[in-house]
Design a protein around this ligand. Structure first.
Ligand code: HEM
Length: 143
């Protein structure tokens, strides 16, 4: 068991946890509970920050994966992967700006950017788990 074999599973758990926290935070703001929305979004940010450190550590030790699928699964997989990576880069500063505006009481401006941050962040965490499931369970490395 090495860092490179354990961390992908840790990362998937952190990604799943982020998805759940973001969804719960969204349900809270929709039902008007600002305090619980704040708590769950801040928890999601902390979990995502831990994920980012773990993810970068993993890529320091591990090689880049070559997708082993055939036929239509190849463009489908790379479309998923590339959209995930691009949006992950885009959403990282957006999460910071969204939280910053809320923490400084600029709720109109918070809401304006949050309408974009929320669905993009959700897409990034869900596709992160999907990519993990494809690479480690649909096409397990030993196969
Ligand atoms: C980056 C993390 C965050 C995201 C993605 C996010 C997302 C959202 C979304 C999508 C809405 C609009 C919901 C709707 O359309 O009804 C919203 C509203 C709101 N958020 Fe956040 N939020 C975040 C962090 C925070 C934090 C840290 C706080 C508290 C300090 C906060 C306080 C609020 C409040 C008070 C509203 C209601 C604004 C209003 O109706 O005028 N949010 N947020």
């Amino acid at each position: 068991m090495t860092v490179a074999t354990v961390l992908p599973h840790v990362n998937a758990v952190l990604n799943t946890l982020s998805t759940i926290l973001i969804l719960i935070a969204f349900v809270f703001i929709r039902s008007g509970n600002r305090e619980m929305h704040r708590k769950f979004m801040l928890a999601a940010i902390i979990v995502s920050a831990v994920f980012l450190v773990s993810y970068l550590t993993y890529h320091f030790y591990a090689p880049i994966f070559v997708f082993p699928g055939k036929g239509w699964t190849v463009p489908a997989y790379y479309t998923l992967l590339i959209s995930h990576v691009i949006l992950a880069v885009v959403v990282t500063p957006m999460v910071g700006i969204t939280a910053w505006r809320a923490l400084h009481g600029a709720f109109d401006r918070h809401k304006a950017i949050a309408r974009w941050t929320f669905p993009i962040w959700l897409y990034v965490t869900v596709t992160g788990v999907a990519i993990y499931a494809i690479l480690y369970h649909v096409y397990p490395p030993s196969a």
